[in-house]
Ligand binder design. Structure first.
Ligand code: GLN
Length: 475
């Protein structure tokens, strides 16, 4: 196994046992990026020099011994960042030409935390501009390709992060999920994606899309790695008033405790039985979980509700890019951003506010209440991530409504502010990955990890890797 193919947990073990150094691990990731990035387009910026320098520093720190290592939980681990995370001195584009040359003067809180935990920042990954999209095709720097079949989309908007993790260009990557942008690409690329509870992870320094929906998470090769990353990124931040002062437990601690007696709900509105293999449901039953049919009656309004609230907030957040303070001219906004600015401005304008925005906010409350009621009966809810398998590049790009409809199963978690863990659950007949999500009440990440972990260990779907055609080395 090559070093870049390791999971975070495996790499931490290897580094601890001094089987290899962080410099070697980082070099292996960079070699993989050099081999495949031109074709996959997962990275907008690769930080080769900076990463190697950081890796060298972590190797020096590691020589101080294990007691020291314990305090720096990700020491030497190469992580990629979605290019929506502000990074001091590293270009941050948001996937848009508007910020093509923007150099942030500070690090996002999550970046600060990852660095303090010893992570090596390997580069900035591609995304739909501003996070607007479900396929990765809206990037101003060209679409990311699905590593399983390059004619297909990798899912968006965290397209580059998903493709980079799936192809072992890094050990883990950050993402943002406003309406599915971590879970959709994770499931289209066969990796694990966590959208935490709203407010569990600070949004400070992340280029805002829709502030009441934006959740900051990550994409990893395993559920255990997702827990390891959340251990570092979660917690209160004085720069973000939506992060509660609430203890961050060690999310890996109970991950192997089993799921006996856990009640899993199958919402009839999500077509779970048609979309998820009945053998998967049986797996949970065999592990001792109880399966219960439930209803989330307002699901049918979720896409309409989301596509009013989200553009309203987008129109407000993008107003700061007026070409005066920073960023380039407004004419560099792409079609999708313009569409959302116009839609959002319209629904917030006098005379239309009550009919659209206020109504959508009322529906949002009903959707949230659906979940609150459901969680009185069940501990978690099982659902598909996407109504379809990955589609061919270009097939939905000209039809925004079609694209929006692909978010039907993901936007509800954002509207309700609840966490959701996406895990690989098989392949379509074309051989493309499919994912399912486990949704829980607010701050139930520990339970989600437990369930995801057992499903992952029982099925082993996550171990399947895309075949990457490698150009012959040394001629
Ligand atoms: N696909 C959704 C949208 O375009 C979600 C995007 C996201 O989560 N950033 O709004």
């Amino acid at each position: 196994m090559k070093l870049n193919e390791l999971t975070i947990a495996q790499a931490l073990e290897g580094l601890k046992k001094k089987q290899f150094s962080s410099v070697e691990l980082t070099k292996a990731c960079i070699a993989q990026i050099k081999k495949h990035n031109r074709e996959i387009n997962a990275f907008i910026t690769v930080c080769e020099e900076g990463a190697l320098e950081q890796a060298k520093k972590t190797d020096n720190l590691a020589s101080k011994g294990d007691a020291f290592r314990g305090k720096i939980p990700l020491l030497g681990i190469p992580i990629a960042l979605k290019d929506l995370f502000s990074t001091k001195g590293i270009k941050t584009t948001a996937g848009s030409k508007v910020l093509e040359n923007y150099m942030p003067p500070y690090d996002a809180t999550v970046v600060e935390k990852l660095k303090a935990a010893g992570a090596v920042i390997i580069g900035k990954t591609n995304l739909d501009a501003w996070g607007h999209g479900s396929s990765g095709e809206n990037s101003d720097f060209g679409p990311t390709k699905n590593p399983w079949n390059k004619a297909y989309v990798p899912g968006g908007s965290s397209s580059g992060s998903a493709a980079a993790v799936a192809t072992d260009m890094c050990l883990g990557a950050t993402g943002t999920d406003t309406g599915g942008s971590i879970r959709t690409p994770a499931s289209f690329c066969n990796v694990v994606g966590l959208k935490p509870t709203y407010g569990r992870v600070s949004r400070y320094g992340i280029i805002a899309m829709a502030s009441s929906l934006d959740s900051i998470g990550h994409l990893t090769k395993t559920v255990e790695d997702a827990a390891l990353l959340l251990n570092v990124t979660a917690g209160n931040d004085s720069h973000d008033a939506t992060t509660p002062i609430k203890e961050v437990t060690d999310y890996t601690k109970k991950i192997k405790d089993g799921i006996k007696g856990i009640k899993i709900g199958l919402p009839k509105e999500y077509n779970v039985k048609a979309k998820i293999d009945s053998s998967d449901i049986k797996i949970f039953q065999d592990l001792g979980a109880e399966i219960i049919d439930i209803s989330l009656p307002h699901t049918e309004y979720a896409v309409a509700c989301y596509y009013i609230i989200q553009p309203a907030e987008v129109s407000s957040n993008l107003a700061r890019y007026d070409g005066i303070r920073y960023g380039s001219e407004r004419q560099n906004f792409g079609e999708e951003a313009k569409r959302r600015i116009m839609l959002g401005t319209y629904t917030l304008s006098a005379g239309y506010y009550d009919a659209y925005y206020k109504k959508a906010m009322q529906v949002r409350t009903l959707i949230r209440e659906d979940f609150i009621k459901a969680y009185k009966k069940v501990d978690v809810i099982l659902a598909p991530v996407s109504p379809t398998a990955p589609w061919q590049l270009g097939t939905k790009a000209d039809d925004p409504l079609k694209m929006y409809l692909s978010d039907i199963y993901t936007v509800t978690a954002n509207l309700a502010g609840i966490p959701s863990l996406a895990v690989p659950c098989g392949f379509s007949k074309e051989g493309l990955p499919i994912g399912m999500q486990i949704l829980g009440p607010q701050f139930s990440e520990e339970t989600l990890f437990k369930i995801g972990y057992f499903y992952q260990e029982t099925t082993g779907w996550h171990k399947q890797k895309p075949v990457m055609r490698v150009k012959k080395e040394n001629g």
